[in-house]
Design a protein around this ligand. Structure first.
Ligand code: SAM
Length: 258
């Protein structure tokens, strides 16, 4: 069933209003007519099954039929911090990360970043990324749209580590060394002394195509991050965050099955 995210002010107590591109999509693409039903979420806490009562290409008014539970959201809030990659790789990270269940995304700058950051493109890029996250969240039937934070400097990223319960610094060196910790060991160590139903806010830090310098790894560890390997293969920058997110949500039991 088609799903739309609307701003909180469009989500009333008994009715919702679809406007702009969503109204146009519902009427022109989905051919919505009075009586048709679809799902609407305010992207935070409310999701409802609604029935169209008025349909025009610029405005749809639909009655709330029933409030739905937001059970598609993972219990662990995993944020992917991605060093700005080249081309449209960030769009892939956002799309696949949203489908899998990422809580948020933090693009950041690191020493070996290959792409030249252009501040003038920031607004346009954030707008495009926001659209990708919204569409992916609708397609994945999520109850919220992951936030995309503004581009962080390395310093800002290091400072933000304190805001998370667990920060994992993806470092391929860890994957190769005999003692290299994987995600399971790092998560297990965090849970030691905590109850099973603790739901950590996790930051997963991924380097760009050029990787991290040893100095960055030392600084991240000093800031409280745990260095983790993602296996003995070198993953592309756009693959590593998706793999790390999947491993974490698998560990949390959110990827189906026991
Ligand atoms: N050092 C890499 C190389 O030799 O090509 C360059 C960096 S890799 C393409 C991009 C990022 O993905 C790394 O900075 C790291 O964060 C992550 N990554 C890739 N493979 C990994 C692995 N096996 N274990 C942990 N992190 C990995």
């Amino acid at each position: 069933m088609q799903r739309y995210f609307v701003a909180a002010e469009q989500f009333g107590d008994t009715e919702i209003r679809l406007v702009g591109e969503d109204a146009h999509h519902a009427v022109r693409v989905m051919r919505s007519r009075p009586g048709d039903k679809f799902i609407v979420s305010d992207g935070q806490s409310r999701t409802a099954l609604v029935e169209v009562i008025e349909a025009a290409p610029t405005l749809i008014i639909a009655e709330i039929v029933e409030m739905l539970s937001a059970d598609s959201e993972p219990k662990w809030a995993v944020t992917i911090a991605q060093s700005l990659p080249k081309g449209d790789k960030m769009e892939l990270v956002i799309q696949k990360g949203t489908e899998i269940g990422a809580f948020a995304f933090v693009p950041f700058q690191s020493e070996r970043m290959i792409v030249q950051y252009d501040a003038k493109k920031e607004a346009k890029r954030m707008d495009r990324w926001g659209k990708i996250a919204k569409e992916a969240a609708e397609q994945a039937h999520r109850s919220r749209i992951p936030a995309i934070e503004p581009l962080h400097s390395w310093r800002e990223l290091m400072k933000s580590i304190a805001n998370y319960d667990l920060a994992l610094f993806c470092y391929e060196r860890e994957g190769h060394q005999a003692h290299g910790r994987g995600i399971r060991a790092a998560v297990g160590a965090w849970f030691a002394g905590r109850t099973e139903d603790s739901h950590p806010r996790v930051l997963l830090i991924v380097g760009s195509e050029g990787g991290f310098t040893d100095r960055e790894a030392i600084e991240a560890e000093a800031a409280g991050a745990v260095l983790v390997g993602l296996g003995r293969r070198i993953l592309r920058t756009e693959t590593a965050g998706i793999v790390g997110l999947t491993c974490l949500l698998y560990e949390s039991g959110e990827m189906g099955g026991a």
